[in-house]
Write a protein that binds this ligand. Structure first.
Ligand code: GCW
Length: 664
């Protein structure tokens, strides 16, 4: 048998104590279920808080009011918290003050994290305010238990057993999210089955919401735009039809009667064959606003996705911008437009979506993909904090320099009332939740960045490693470096220099740049994206090509448009580039491409060695699991390199540089 924790099931948390106590004395004048959870976490002997006193409560707790000043408490917003070393009855104590009970719970997790990662030797003084108000996971879980793009087993949600049987994992899931500040979950796939809105399913959703509530985790649902027709047989789902509007209002009423704190709807409409307002000659704004009006009396929100594209006159990367910018400022105040980080689709590397720099009167939110649809599934070790941050830190120049995607979306640039960030979950019923033990770090990193996008990838990796494995610096330093290098390694062996979407058709695992399925949509074919020919490689999005560059604010449009100033990591994204184009390194483009592919392979082989050397720091079970996944990754990296280079070579007609490993 495998010891608890070694199977990966405890994530970055310590197992909850069952009947054990510690010598810590916790004082609280409040009794909400959420404060109760905080107290039981602080009482967990595994965190070794020692025989200290901890005061915990919200701004109305009488003890808290004694140790913090009125003015600092009055500025604490919901979910925020203060942690401070204070004097209590002549002795030192630690006080946690939450802007509300969720803030107190988040503060407790913060203190426990400090205890594990730093120890509590020195005085504590912390003030934390979440960057985004809504920090939400998107589950692409289907009602039949399968998970679209899920690589960690079947769905956690046992729809057939609900509402009567509650899996213990529902609580563990909520606890893990609370520990990193995630406060919302969209339970079902954006490719939404209308059935989710039937009463039969809503009572199941309520059962989950009841489990999640004390952890501060709100439930949201993906809805199918044609639900009125599909569920109730209405003749139309036209958003301007009164009967349709009434249907949604009644539905909202029914939902809120069951789940008073229901978060709202996520909608994929007129995208990849899903129904939407355009089916009735209406617009995205008409559709989103109709749903927003139904949710408005209950403070619900609509997260309306901008992931839209169709084969047509305009190339794919330009379409979301063209479809959404005309409606900027035309959405209700409880609508937020959810935009994928890049203009195409969660590729290993994309420039940020130009929509982030264009919607100035509409709240917008980033959508990241935590599940590794395009980064080797749960077989490849790819730590994604650097990828999330690359987008968040990108300057859109929407209001001049410094208008980063983070500032545009967290509400600080335009003073928006709502702000949100979404991550497509990588969670399933696998014992270790995410398939790969290191994929847990991506769930963790998403939560931490949603709370504070200023954190560095390194700090987040360090926290996660300490809580998940060990504090030993000899383990931490090479493994942190491995994590930090890992996403770039994937870019190198899959799609360097701005290449994208050359994945095998449909499942997206492995290379298939030559893929050409007769009769399939051209914009689903890798050849659409890489445009290899005898003259060169890459998609021309310059002013003489698709003019995709024009969707970026200056100085970016000019910067990207000019092959000499375009950052080389985006070269083939913006330029159809000659095989012998001189790169900054002095190499020609073909040689540079070969070197990136080869480097990716070497990087993964290095990860294998690093991991092997860390064997004595890690329990046998996790050690072997990660080791065997790295083996798969190393083989896949060779597969990617060889497949792509041999294929592109049929166009470049150039040798692979002689100092590199020959394709096998
Ligand atoms: O990345 C693509 C995926 C689809 C997904 C779609 C989307 C849920 O291949 O599986 O559908 O994007 O984000 O809507």
């Amino acid at each position: 048998t495998v010891a608890y924790g070694e199977d990966g099931s405890r994530l970055w948390l310590q197992p909850l104590p069952y009947g054990q106590t510690n010598s810590t004395s916790i004082i609280s004048g409040e009794k909400s279920p959420t404060i109760g959870l905080a107290i039981s976490e602080l009482n967990n002997p595994a965190y070794q808080l020692g025989s200290r006193t901890i005061l915990i409560g919200t701004t109305t707790d009488k003890n808290i009011r004694k140790v913090f000043s009125k003015s600092e408490l009055s500025t604490l917003s919901p979910e925020s918290y203060l942690i401070r070393t204070v004097q209590w009855n002549g002795k030192e104590a630690i006080a946690i003050a939450g802007g509300d009970d969720k803030g107190a719970l988040y503060g407790s997790y913060h203190l426990l994290r400090l205890a594990v990662t730093n120890g509590l030797g020195s005085p504590v003084s912390v003030r934390e305010v979440p960057a985004y108000k809504v920090r939400v996971l998107n589950h692409w879980d289907n009602l039949d238990g399968s998970v679209e793009r899920g690589y960690a087993g079947y769905s956690l949600w046992k729809w057939e057993d609900l509402p009567n049987t509650l899996s213990p994992r529902y609580k563990e899931y909520a606890r893990a999210n609370a520990s990193i500040g995630i406060n919302g979950t969209v339970l079902n796939n954006v490719n939404a089955d209308p059935l989710i809105l039937t009463h039969e399913y809503l009572i199941k959703v309520k059962a989950l919401a009841d489990v999640f509530r004390p952890y501060g985790l709100k439930v949201y649902l993906s809805v199918n735009f044609s639900s009125p027709t599909a569920i109730s047989g209405l003749p139309t789902s036209d958003p301007l039809d009164e009967g349709v509007q009434r249907w949604w209002k009644d539905k909202a009423k029914e939902i809120y009667a069951l789940i008073p704190d229901f978060g709202g709807f996520l909608v994929k409409a007129n995208s990849e064959g899903l129904p939407g307002p355009q089916d009735f000659g209406r617009t995205h704004a008409d559709g989103a606003n109709m749903l927003a009006d139904a949710l408005q009396p209950y403070n619900g929100i609509v997260m309306w996705r901008a992931f839209v594209y169709n084969p047509g006159n305009e190339e794919r990367a330009k379409q979301a911008y063209l479809e959404f910018t005309p409606f900027d400022g035309k959405f209700r105040s409880n609508v937020i437009i959810q935009i994928k980080n890049g203009p195409i689709d969660f590729q290993p590397r994309e420039p940020f979506s130009p929509l982030f720099g264009a919607m100035k009167q509409t709240p917008i939110m980033p959508e990241f993909q935590i599940t590794q649809e395009y980064l080797g599934f749960s077989n490849h070790l790819a730590y994604l904090a650097p990828m999330f941050k690359e987008c968040l830190d990108s300057d859109t120049y929407a209001q001049g320099e410094g208008s980063t995607v983070a500032k545009v979306t967290d509400g600080s640039l335009y003073g928006n009332k709502i702000s949100a960030i979404a991550g497509v979950a990588n969670i399933g019923e696998d014992t270790n939740w995410c398939g790969h033990d290191f994929a847990q770090a991506n769930w963790y990193a998403f939560g931490r960045l949603a709370w504070n996008h200023q954190l560095t990838s390194e700090v987040i990796a360090d926290e996660w490693l300490k809580m998940t494995f060990t504090n030993d610096p000899e383990f931490l330093s090479p493994i942190t470096k491995m994590m930090l290098d890992s996403r770039e390694a994937v870019v190198n062996y899959m799609m360097p220099l701005g290449l994208n979407h050359i994945f095998a058709f449909d499942h997206h695992y492995g290379p298939e740049p030559w893929c050409d399925v007769p009769g399939a949509r051209p914009d689903w074919m890798p050849t659409y994206y890489h445009r290899a020919d005898s003259t060169g490689l890459g998609f021309d999005r310059t002013t003489s090509g698709s003019n995709g560059v024009s969707q970026y604010n200056q100085p970016l449009a000019d910067l990207y448009n000019n092959i000499d100033t375009c950052p080389e990591e985006y070269l083939l994204w913006f330029h159809h580039t000659a095989w012998n184009h001189q790169m900054k390194s002095g190499n020609i483009m073909w040689d540079e491409l070969c070197r990136h592919y080869d480097k990716g392979v070497l990087q993964v082989r290095e990860f294998q060695k690093i991991w092997d050397r860390s064997e004595h720091f890690v329990d046998t079970d996790r050690f072997h699991r990660v080791q065997s996944k790295l083996r798969i990754q190393a083989r896949d990296a060779v597969w990617w390199r060889d497949a792509c280079l041999l294929y592109f070579q049929t166009f470049s007609k150039q040798p692979i540089p002689y100092d590199l490993e020959r394709p096998v």
